[in-house]
Every structure is written in C-alpha cells, then in structure tokens.
Write a protein that binds this ligand. Structure first.
Ligand SMILES: [Zn+2]
Length: 78
C-alpha cells in the first residue's frame, strides 16, 4: 500500500466500511509510514470530537486537504 492508496481508503476506514484485508494493509502501512500514522491518529481524534458534537462528517474538502497535506509531507520526506 502506498500513501495514495492509504488516503483513498481513509474515509472507508472511518466509516467502518473497510474490508478486513484492506484494514490489515492500512495497519501495515501506518506501522511503516510515520506520516500516515500521524494522519490516522489526528483524523481519528478530530472525528471523535466531531462525533461527540454530533456534527461528524468527512467532507470531500476535508479529505482533499488531508490528501494534500500528507502528500506534501511524504514527498518532502523522500
Ligand atoms: Zn504513507
């Protein structure tokens, strides 16, 4: 799994609609990719805050911003 693949699965992951196989790949990726691990951690915290306030929604804009941020970091790391 690449960072791009990871990001593509991110909303499904948080929607709980990810398959066990993909979930395993996500975990493998985040254990070897610090940037994506941080994104996963930050996003889950953000979402739990939103859920508590019952305004949880991962908008396409939010996902795009995440995508740009992580890709910039991953590119800079190489
Ligand atoms: Zn990554």
């Amino acid at each position: 799994m690449t960072c791009t693949d990871f990001l593509a699965q991110l909303t499904d992951y948080f929607d709980g609609q990810i398959s066990p196989e993909l979930l395993e790949e996500v975990r493998e990726h985040t254990s070897s990719c610090h940037h994506c691990e941080v994104v996963l951690d930050t996003t889950s915290k953000t979402i739990s805050v939103y859920r508590d306030n019952e305004i949880y929604e991962v908008s396409p804009e939010f996902r795009d911003r995440l995508h740009l941020a992580i890709m910039a970091k991953c590119t800079a790391a190489k």
